[in-house]
Design a binder for this molecule. Structure first.
Ligand code: PLP
Length: 387
């Protein structure tokens, strides 16, 4: 869709934390795969089945290269949420009921999965608090490990404010304490190098739709499941070979083009940030500014309620008031609460994220739209207060 006044694509898409548009190269490959890879990958007696199985093997190699892991350790899932559940099930079946440590700002998919196990009595959870930048305290984690946590769940980067977590230090701590580690790399994939983590973490979680690939496909990378487990009851049913092979291609592109992708998204993020700061002197940038995803911009505009902004410009620029799952329910963000942000900062919070296909013109148009709308709302409030 193109806006007939500006000639820009409308709405301008700045919500890459929620999902990414599929790369045209992945769309082309998936369209071709939907036509040609219709065989059941388990039907290896005939050519169509073998073609689908071979495409899945190629994707397994791609994900292994992307994550620095052994292809035998790559298991396909229906997304990151599914991979999280399978990682926890695998850990619990080996550890028995256990004590787990996880940050309070984990993705709802992780929080819900952990809580379900806690309700079933399989897990006792130490929820680790974070600071005002949503950053983890390694001292808190060390305390939890010293007190007996044998399972640690850590997102590599936060899906709301973009804070990056010290995964290597956490891997050192877990190894020293003999604890298992689940790393949710859903948001970090394609932005940070996963190479040093794939074989060291016990479980690594990925999702296709966050790396310009298809939805409904992801991976669990782990040495704790028998190889080929996705074809042997790990994922029931017929594997989605066209989606899996397209996910593999998306990962290959993300690996080969990561540095250029990151440079592009960061330059646009910095332009967006500078533009908003110039136009809205009261704007506050949230998250850990020394360890932040390169495409991530989380702002608060005190006094301009985020829902009012999104209601006015949501058809022209895709931004969000929180994570996709939380915002659907209009609940206050658990991440911003854990950061103990003051009420006006929570009410005025906007999550933005740039991506592979954004342009400078789009960023400039988005700055104008957001700033004008916020200033209108602030102006209205000022008039109300003085009137
Ligand atoms: N983990 C993180 C950090 C996420 O950001 C998301 C999605 O937003 C998920 C897990 C769930 O991903 P999926 O949609 O593939 O289930």
């Amino acid at each position: 869709m193109t806006d007939r006044h500006s000639g820009l694509r409308a709405p301008i898409y700045l919500d890459h934390h929620a999902t990414t548009p599929m790369d045209p190269r992945v769309i082309a490959a998936m369209t071709e795969a939907l036509c040609s890879l219709y065989g059941n990958p388990n039907s290896v007696q005939h050519a169509q089945g073998r073609a689908a199985a071979a495409a899945m093997e190629r994707a397994r190699q791609d994900i292994a290269l992307f994550t620095g892991s052994d292809p035998r350790h790559v298991h396909f899932t229906t997304g990151a949420s599914d991979a999280i559940q399978k990682a926890l099930a695998s850990a619990l079946s080996d550890l028995g009921s256990c004590r787990a440590a996880a940050m309070s700002v984990e993705h709802p998919a992780m929080i819900r999965a952990l809580n379900r196990h806690a309700q079933a009595g399989d897990i006792e959870i130490d929820w680790l608090e974070v600071d005002g930048q949503a950053q983890l305290s390694l001292a808190c984690l060390t305390r939890a490990l010293n007190e007996g946590a044998t399972l640690v769940c850590l997102m590599m980067a936060n899906n709301e404010v973009g804070t990056i977590y010290p995964v290597e230090a956490v891997m050192d701590l877990c190894e020293a304490h003999g604890a298992r580690l689940v790393v949710d790399a859903t948001q970090a994939a394609g932005r940070l190098d996963l190479g040093p983590i794939g074989e060291r973490a016990d479980y690594l979680i990925l999702s296709g739709h966050k790396i310009y690939g298809p939805k409904g496909v992801g991976a669990l990378v782990t040495r704790h499941l028998p190889s080929g487990a996705d074809g042997e009851g790990f994922a029931d049913g017929t594997p989605n070979a066209p989606a899996i092979s397209s996910f593999g291609l998306a990962a290959r592109i993300a690996m080969n083009e990561r540095l250029a992708d990151v440079a592009h998204a960061k330059a646009l993020r910095d332009r967006l940030e500078a533009g908003l700061k110039a136009a809205l002197p009261g704007v506050i940038i949230n998250g850990d500014l020394t360890a932040r995803l390169p495409h991530s911009l989380h702002v608060s505009i005190p006094g301009a309620v985020n829902e009012a902004i999104v209601a006015r410009i949501g058809d022209q620029v895709a931004i969000s008031t929180g994570a996709a799952c939380a915002s659907g329910a209009q609940e206050p963000s658990h991440v911003l609460r854990a950061m103990a942000l003051a009420e006006p900062l929570v009410d005025g919070a906007l999550r933005l994220s740039t991506g592979r296909f954004n342009t400078e013109q789009e960023i400039d148009a988005a700055v104008m739209l957001i700033a004008k709308t916020a200033n209108d709302i602030l102006g209205v409030r000022m008039t109300e207060q003085t009137g």
